[in-house]
Design a protein. Structure first.
Length: 430
């Protein structure tokens, strides 16, 4: 019986040792600490483009290591339960007979040793748990700080975009107004060109054209329309500039965690399908030449030069209309970008949201560039029309017969024959 009892005791001790060894194998948290350290480094170096991955990795790490701590606390609890059990056995130690004294004392010593061993394991587990929890606390604090900064920055950026809505809507309205006026300028300048060319034809229908040109009101109207386009475009440009400044102001006030990794806003917002910059240098040169031809024209060539000038005005007004339409499209894209920016927000969309800010700046820059080119061309167009108006004033439109005779004398081979046309059209004076 003694041998059987000792064999059973030995087997129980081996099972306990195996269980302790298994617990000790779970005691090493070196790999867990290394993973948390890597997560912490990633969070500390986070920027807009790494925030999502770093954030997910950090909180996945915290979740996983929380499970490790849970298991270790369960082991500590098991140690505590075992210690209580062994302690109860020690407290209840009794000697039933002298013959069993040696065996009972031996069991008592084993229990006491077991209690000490379990206490040591419990202490070591607690130390490792404390080590792991320290890294978890550091990671959570850093993640909360950095990712919280990302979220706050995005909220601030959202406020900036909201401020831009009014500027964009007003720019769209002004573009619509300028486009409508450019259409009117196209038709008005075309009518003036037709009148001038009709006068040069020296036929009966020339009378009505002369009467329409006589007071200069139609040319004055065209100048007024073009000048209004100029003013409207300048106002639209100011709205666009205000929008760009607000977006840039918002971006520059964002923390480095957001701005790192993003180049210039306009560059970052560029797309492959963006149109080339507008260039009206050649068109302005054409208008300058027309103006020069008008200013240098004599009485007989003024009407021809003016007709050519208004033909150019009509063409350039059409170009202005097209550029204004493009500017309006940019503004509409700005509106769409802002609406997208106001959509669903989370860390996964953070990068796209800031890039939408960049896109808004790029659209604004393109709109501004197109509008400024429109302004430059309109100024040249106005100069041509003013030159034509001033020059035509010097032509005696009040005496059609004399006017026609003057035109004919400059273009006819048989001067006397053509001059008679003025006399035959005396009814014009009536």
């Amino acid at each position: 019986e003694r041998l059987e009892g000792e064999g059973s005791s030995s087997s129980s001790e081996e099972e306990e040792d195996d269980e302790d060894d298994d617990r000790l194998r779970r005691l090493d948290v070196g790999d867990d600490v290394m993973e948390l350290r890597e997560c912490l480094t990633a969070v500390r170096e986070v920027n807009l483009f790494t925030a999502m991955d770093a954030g997910v990795r950090a909180f996945d790490g915290l979740t996983a290591k929380g499970d490790v701590c849970k298991e270790m606390f369960r082991s500590i609890r098991d140690f505590a339960v075992d210690i209580v059990s062994v302690s109860d056995a020690v407290r209840g130690f009794e000697i039933s007979d002298v013959g069993s004294l040696a065996r009972n004392v031996k069991d008592l010593v084993k229990d006491m040793w077991r209690c000490l061993k379990l206490s040591g394991l419990m202490r070591r587990f607690a130390q490792q748990v404390g080590r792991l929890i320290k890294w978890m606390i550091d990671l959570f604090a850093e993640a909360s700080s950095k990712l919280g900064a990302v979220w706050s920055a995005l909220a601030y950026a959202k406020e900036c975009m909201v401020d831009c809505v009014e500027h964009v809507l007003e720019a769209m309205r002004l573009c619509d107004e300028a486009r409508d006026k450019s259409e009117t300028l196209v038709s008005t300048s075309g009518e003036i060109k037709d009148h001038l060319e009709n006068v040069l034809k020296v036929n009966k229908t020339s009378l009505s054209s002369i009467r329409d040109l006589m007071d200069g009101s139609e040319i004055g109207l065209a100048i007024e329309i073009a000048s209004t386009i100029d003013d409207t475009i300048k106002e639209a440009v100011q709205k666009v500039i205000a929008m760009i400044q607000r977006v840039r102001e918002g971006f520059e006030n964002l923390p480095d965690v957001i701005r790192d990794g993003i180049p210039d806003l306009g560059v970052a917002g560029t797309r492959d399908g963006d149109p080339d910059a507008a260039d009206v240098e050649g068109d302005v040169a054409d208008m300058d030449k027309c103006r020069g031809d008008i200013e240098e024209a004599n009485v007989m060539s003024t009407l021809r030069a003016s007709a050519d000038g208004f033909s150019g005005v009509k063409d350039k007004a059409g170009i202005c209309k097209d550029m204004i339409t493009s500017s309006r499209a940019f503004a509409e894209d700005c509106q769409g970008t802002i609406e997208s920016f106001m959509g669903v927000w989370d860390l996964r969309s953070a990068q796209d949201k800031i890039l939408e800010m960049c896109r808004l700046v790029r659209l604004g820059e393109m709109m501004q560039q197109f509008a400024e080119q429109v302004d430059a061309l309109v100024v040249a167009v106005v100069a041509v029309m003013k030159a034509a108006k001033n020059k035509i004033k010097r032509v005696n439109l009040a005496d059609p017969g004399k006017l026609i005779s003057s035109i004919a004398s400059g273009v006819a081979d048989n001067v006397d024959e053509i001059k008679d046309l003025g006399k035959k059209l005396k009814f014009w004076k009536n």
